[in-house]
Design a protein around this ligand. Structure first.
Ligand SMILES: [Ca+2]
Ligand SMILES: [Ca+2]
Length: 189
């Protein structure tokens, strides 16, 4: 065998190895993409008509709705104080007097569902634990999270008395007048 044929064998061998690697990587990548086609289910906090709502007043009723679940399952619902979620973490204790279960329909959805009859002041998230293991699994469980500043799913604030609102409005008006005056001062040469 001369040097030329050895070189040719090395080149052909390299080419075959390269092509095989290309196809194997392409196949693995395709597999990853097809897995991503099943997104995690979604939930949102909403009002009684189903419109998304993230700001509530103490004593208001809070609703939620969801889609993208497995069909005809009973999943476990937790309203919890706002936390940072990481995959696999245990779900914190449920807030008292909130809904504990929800059932999905034949399409894997559930419509507007009351989750908390009379909400208490605070920042909260909702998680639906679909496999009932008491842990948050990002691929299969649904979160209502990151909808307000501070990253909570919804906020419940006390209702301010009318007097306080009027006083605040007066402050804003006074501030606007002062601002106007300072703007109309003659400029220095
Ligand atoms: Ca889970
Ligand atoms: Ca929300």
């Amino acid at each position: 065998m001369n040097n030329r044929s050895i070189l040719a064998i090395i080149l052909i061998g390299g080419l075959i190895a390269g092509l095989s690697l290309f196809f194997v990587l392409g196949f693995l990548n395709f597999g990853a993409e097809s897995r991503e086609e099943t997104p995690a289910p979604k939930i949102i906090s909403c009002d009684s008509s189903g419109a998304e709502k993230n700001f509530f007043i103490t004593g208001e009723t809070i609703y939620f709705k969801g889609s993208g679940f497995n069909a005809n399952i009973t999943a476990y619902v937790y309203v919890v104080s706002d936390v940072n979620w990481t995959d696999g973490m245990p779900i914190p204790a449920r807030v008292a007097n909130t809904t504990t279960e929800v059932a999905t329909d034949a399409s894997g959805n559930f419509g507007v569902t009351k989750v908390w009859h009379s909400a208490v002041h605070g920042q909260y998230d909702i998680v639906v634990d679909t496999n009932g293991d008491g842990k948050y699994n990002s691929a299969i469980d649904a979160l209502d999270n990151n909808n307000i500043v501070g990253a909570a799913g919804f906020l419940v604030t006390p209702e301010y008395p009318l007097g306080a609102v009027l006083a605040l409005a007066a402050c804003f008006a006074a501030f606007a007048v002062i601002n106007r005056k300072s703007l109309s001062l003659p400029k220095r040469a």
